[in-house]
Design a protein around this ligand. Structure first.
Ligand code: SIN
Ligand code: MN
Length: 210
């Protein structure tokens, strides 16, 4: 399928309907296995003591929501070692980044599950290595399931945000000058997943190069 490319801002590439329904089904099955498997998803507690509104699993490296650092074991939760990023996920993320014009060797994948009340506050992704951030290595995001009201802002928290409805199968890439832009998810739109996918809720995968 030829992706419908939207470049809204420098460093941002939105590839709408990037994945076919069949590809979405395969990815959905993998995400369910990961979320429900050993060292599966949990609802993290962040630095300030509040609970996140997603279930999270990190692959490759664990992002510790209490320290905002990456580590080899889930020390804020059950101490289990982090599973590697599946080879097929790495290839897919590299392909997406390439289509978006970025060179990329992802070694971290964060899988988040949003139920009907899932959301994520505005934040920057800035916990990767200084080398990765200064190179503008992108974040590659893939969405499966219900559409999210994704908010994309500027480099300061108070900058205006633009809502971008990320639908199932969409890839959204932000790197270069956009790498440190604030973003979040204000809500999920229940019942908007493609018919035939068989999911209520949303998986989001973000790939990064630590
Ligand atoms: C994130 O910023 O980590 C997740 C974004 C999304 O769920 O679309
Ligand atoms: Mn983020």
């Amino acid at each position: 399928m030829i992706p419908d490319v939207k470049t809204t801002l420098p460093g941002v590439v939105w590839l709408e309907r990037y994945l076919s329904l069949q590809e979405q089904k395969l990815l959905l099955a993998r995400c369910r296995d990961i979320m429900d498997g050993p060292a599966g998803g949990y609802v993290p507690t962040v630095r300030g003591g509040g609970k996140m509104h997603v279930r999270m699993v990190c692959l490759g490296r664990h992002w510790n929501p209490r320290t905002y650092r990456y580590e080899d074991r889930r020390s804020d939760h059950d101490g289990l070692p982090v599973a590697p990023v599946p080879v097929a996920f790495v290839s897919l993320a590299e392909r997406i980044a390439g289509d978006a014009g970025f060179a990329f060797q992802p070694d971290v994948c964060i899988v988040n599950w949003y139920g009907p009340d899932g959301r994520m506050g505005l934040h920057q992704d800035k916990d990767e290595s200084a080398a990765s951030l200064s190179a503008g290595s992108p974040v590659v995001s893939l969405s499966i399931g219900d559409t999210a009201r994704f908010l994309f802002g500027g480099l300061r928290r108070r900058d205006p945000v633009e809502p971008m409805p990320l639908a199932s199968g969409d890839a959204f890439v932000f790197g270069g000058a956009a790498r440190l832009r604030y973003h979040g998810v204000s809500r999920i739109m229940p019942g908007t997943a493609p018919e035939g996918l068989g999911v209520d809720g949303r998986f989001n995968l973000t790939f990064r190069q630590y």
